[in-house]
Design a protein around this ligand. Structure first.
Ligand code: FAD
Ligand code: N01
Length: 534
């Protein structure tokens, strides 16, 4: 081990938005921190997901950092929903602007992390063969970063190229004239299919479960709008942080049943015409009351029927699950592609895939010869990238074993038995049920403040109290049970990954969560045990 590495205060795993900002904060505190990143560049999600049509679904003016007023004033987004390429440039700009590049080791995976109890240090093994030691470890490994590869017979041996949307080739893929098969109908498929349909000779979409999607109505940003918003950017951000999803969804404080059927219908039309995720906040009970949800479901059903010419096909595209219990998709002309002769839908509920044989996707109802397969099959969400690292805590206990029956983490920030190990947007925090950039900032700031507090007070280690963790996990589940979220086989529940325990993982509600985090600190890190001189 080199001299420089011996003295590390903290190792941050991952150089997405979370890891980048974590490094900046730790350096501001004068700490010796290092980021280890598997990719060859920064940006995380926006580095890996280079499929055609990849964009954010929270408007860029909100899906961006706010920790630096100068940064948020000087950066100019070109579109309402920025492209993957523009968001990646932004991440790279932030790294350059704050001089962070020399703190990141690229092309290196953290394979394992072991807590050395006698020295109260973490020892990490890297794919490069190096071993690093640090007092703190921050898992900034991302909620949606470990691609989920389906277990389909013959997939690994098939004779055509296979691309996962979450690990897309950097050089891009030209589908011109090809017969393309897309497996999956989540956001990644819904964003990419309309663009691929323009190039391909034929596009066959294999749908296991239909999803709700609302138009994005993406557009170039109006400079006057940007100027006006930037004149009150700080206040605007602060207001949004008080809202349920931590984003400006024009949240209503009315129930769907406080208005007449006609008024509700008018309001749905208005929200539809605006497009985007804000539809979910149209009434305050839409994601809490099944009856309210049903009114929106009926509306979506009609909208799908308006967009798809063939009524039988439209019927297959209508979900039976509550709106919102899987992440609402935001599209640009998704349903319309089914009106083109060369685009086909294969309903896997009726005719499941049995195997991929050479260049043919075989279902129980037919065979589909393709030149390329796109796996838009999502991620082992929230826990996958964390348990992918062999993490061994106190008493030799492995995190993989601890979390096998479902992840347990206090506030989604840390987990009992693993001292001085923090998680950014871990299970039990709003994370994926919020605008993730501000949620990442809130976690990074909480963690760096905690480390600063420990250093100021000569604390050596911070441990999660087991009971506090149990109570928090129960609370996360109780809140979830009041909503429609646990009502379908979503990745929020871990249901998309074979063998993964089904537990609702994120916390619903930004404001109460932030309040709880602040209370914990005000009460001297309640629910944690600080050891050392203190
Ligand atoms: P990531 O960006 O996932 O970065 C984690 C990094 O950790 C990766 O670079 C990975 O290579 C690295 N890593 C993981 N394990 C290891 C290891 N063992 N060793 C070394 N490195 C490792 N959220 C929103 O709020 N709004 C949106 O509009 C939005 N759009 C999205 C679009 C797509 C296509 C996807 C997939 C997600 C989207 N999200 C969105 C969620 C998005 O993941 C977060 O907003 C955010 O980018 C996450 O940042 P992060 O740094 O926490 O994680
Ligand atoms: O993944 P998903 P995604 N055989 O899990 C299907 C963010 N994001 O990459 O529902 C056949 O949503 C699976 O079917 P089912 C956003 O948070 C945002 O699209 O499990 N099909 C499903 O249809 C999003 O929610 C944007 O039955 C299989 C699909 O694959 C999250 O990332 C864009 C299968 C996977 O959908 C994940 O989105 C992209 C199998 N064996 C991503 N296994 C924006 O718009 C899985 N499927 C900002």
């Amino acid at each position: 081990m080199s001299e420089a590495n011996k003295a590390l205060d903290a190792i941050v795993v991952g150089a997405g938005f979370a890891g980048i900002y974590m490094l900046h904060r730790l350096r501001q505190q004068g700490l010796n921190a290092k980021v280890i990143e598997a990719g060859t560049g920064v940006g995380g999600t926006w580095y890996w997901n280079r499929y055609p049509g990849a964009r954010c679904d929270i408007p860029s003016m909100q899906y961006s950092y706010q920790f630096s007023e100068e940064l948020q004033q000087e950066w100019e987004w070109s579109e309402k929903y920025a492209t993957q390429g523009e968001i990646l440039k932004y991440a790279e700009h932030v790294v350059d602007r704050f001089g962070l590049n020399d703190g990141i080791q690229f092309n290196t995976k953290v394979a394992s992390a072991k807590y050395l109890e006698d020295r109260e240090m973490w020892q990490l093994s890297l794919s490069s063969g190096e071993t690093l030691e640090a007092r703190f470890v921050v898992m900034a490994t991302g909620c949606l970063s470990k691609p989920n590869y389906p277990n389909i017979k013959g997939l690994n041996e098939c004779s055509v190229p296979v691309y996962h949307t979450g690990a897309w080739p950097h050089e891009g893929v030209d589908f011109t004239g090809l017969n393309v098969g897309v497996i999956g109908t989540g956001s990644s498929a819904i964003q990419s299919s309309p663009i691929i349909a323009k190039q391909a000779n034929s596009l066959t979409i294999f749908q296991r479960t239909p999803n709700y999607s609302i138009p994005a109505y993406n557009e170039a940003l109006d400079p006057d709008y940007v100027k006006e918003l930037k004149s009150r950017y700080k206040e605007y951000r602060a207001e949004n942080w008080q809202r349920g999803f931590g984003a400006d969804f024009d949240d209503s404080d009315q129930s769907a049943f406080e208005v007449s059927d006609d008024e509700r219908r008018t309001e749905y039309e208005k929200r539809w015409a605006k497009g985007g995720l804000a539809f979910l906040a149209v009434y305050n009970d839409l994601v809490f009351d099944m009856k309210a949800n049903d009114t929106a479901r009926e509306f979506f059903k009609e909208k799908i029927a308006e967009r798809v010419n063939d009524p039988e096909l439209a019927e297959k595209l209508v979900p039976v699950t509550p709106i919102g219990c899987k992440r609402l998709c935001v599209d640009s002309d998704y349903y319309e592609i089914y009106n083109q002769d060369h685009v086909k839908l294969v309903d896997l509920k009726q005719t499941p895939i049995t195997e991929i044989r050479g260049d043919t996707v075989v279902t129980s109802g037919g065979e589909y010869k393709v030149d390329a397969i796109i796996l838009a099959t999502g991620f082992d969400a929230m826990t996958g990238a964390i348990t992918n690292v062999d993490i061994q805590g106190e008493g030799g206990k492995k995190l993989q074993d601890k979390w096998a029956p479902g992840p347990k983490a206090y506030l989604g920030l840390a987990t009992a038995g693993f001292p001085n190990l923090f998680i950014v947007t871990g299970p039990g925090s709003p994370s994926v049920l919020s605008n993730m950039l501000p949620s990442i900032e809130q976690h990074v700031e909480w963690i760096s403040d905690c480390i600063e507090y420990m250093n100021d007070n000569q604390h050596v280690a911070i441990r999660v109290d087991q009971q506090a963790e149990e109570d928090w996990v129960s609370h996360v589940n109780e809140v979830a049970q009041t909503s429609v979220y646990p009502g379908c086989n979503s990745w929020y529940m871990g249901a998309n990954v074979e063998g993964k325990t089904r537990v609702f993982m994120p916390y619903l509600g930004v404001p109460p969560y932030v309040e709880k985090c602040e209370q914990v600190v005000a009460a001297g890190y309640e629910g944690f045990v600080l050891s050392g001189n203190g």
